[in-house]
Design a protein around this ligand. Structure first.
Ligand SMILES: Nc1ncnc2c1ncn2[C@@H]1O[C@H](COP(=O)(O)OP(=O)(O)O)[C@@H](O)[C@H]1O
Ligand SMILES: [Mg+2]
Length: 242
């Protein structure tokens, strides 16, 4: 059994099936890149995993434990903390410093003493290369620095699986590189991650699995070599040509 298993996930908005029959699995320590055209449900999928949306159908299993089963209402939203999400537009709290942004959620969740949480936050801030910005406010940081702060903030909640929603699409190429380097560093640490990205070079080189979301479902899934080297559907061939 895979570490992360998603079986038959579905989500409707109004009358429309945005996601249907989404099946995915991922081993611990792997990176899955999720690619596909706009409007195909990539963000909705990450929001379902993070329980920012409730799926209408399907099962989410992590490490053998059922986190969500649409047919078993009792299990709903039991494990919000299993997944973390880094947003496209950073979403840092502007009134708080980098350090305060990172300590806020674990403090509210009573994850440890103030001193321990501060120390842990400073370690994470160092990991993303922002030690000299720990007491800076978000509006004084570059986009790349803000996104790295957002990554430290997500890590502070100790998610089992860290999700990224187009983490570099608001950044220029140089800042994109520094954020992707942080993601590579986290991979070297053995973190399990799902990355929605339009950076095909990154998806090809850094991910273990690539999923092509099309028509509201996983239209192709495989290694980067399989998905980029031998696309099976016309939709993926067309997408890759763009
Ligand atoms: N809260 C919502 N209410 C209604 N429709 C939504 C909502 N969120 C997303 N959608 C619709 O779901 C579809 C998929 O959106 P999204 O998940 O943002 O796609 P992607 O991230 O792949 O661009 C779009 O048609 C979008 O308009
Ligand atoms: Mg999106």
């Amino acid at each position: 059994m895979a570490y992360l298993e998603i079986v038959g996930l579905g989500k409707r908005f109004g009358g429309a099936d945005v996601l249907h029959d989404v099946d995915l699995s991922l081993e611990q320590g792997q990176i899955l890149s999720l690619i596909g055209p706009s409007g195909e449900g990539k963000t909705t999928f990450l929001r379902c995993l993070n329980f920012l949306e409730t799926p209408d159908r399907g099962i989410i299993r992590l490490n053998g434990e059922t986190l969500f089963d649409a047919d078993r209402p009792k299990g709903r939203q039991a494990h919000r903390q299993a997944f973390g999400l880094v947003f496209q537009a950073f979403h840092l709290f502007p009134q708080y410093t980098v350090l305060e942004n990172v300590t806020l959620a674990p403090t509210l969740a009573k994850k440890g003493s103030k001193a321990a949480l501060q120390q842990k936050a400073m370690d994470l801030i160092a990991k993303v290369g922002l030690t000299d910005k720990a007491n800076a406010y978000p509006n004084t940081l570059s986009g790349g620095q803000q996104q790295r702060a957002a990554i430290a903030r997500a890590l502070a909640m100790e998610p089992d699986v860290l999700c990224f929603d187009e983490p570099t699409s608001a950044l220029d190429p140089l800042l994109t590189k520094e954020v992707l380097n942080v993601i590579r560093l986290l991979k070297d640490e053995g973190r399990t991650m799902i990355v929605v990205t339009h950076e095909m070079a990154f998806a090809r080189e850094a991910s273990d699995r690539v999923a092509f979301l099309y028509g509201g479902t996983v239209a192709e899934l495989g290694t980067p070599q399989e998905v980029f080297g031998a696309p099976r559907t016309e939709a993926l061939r067309r997408f890759l040509r763009q």
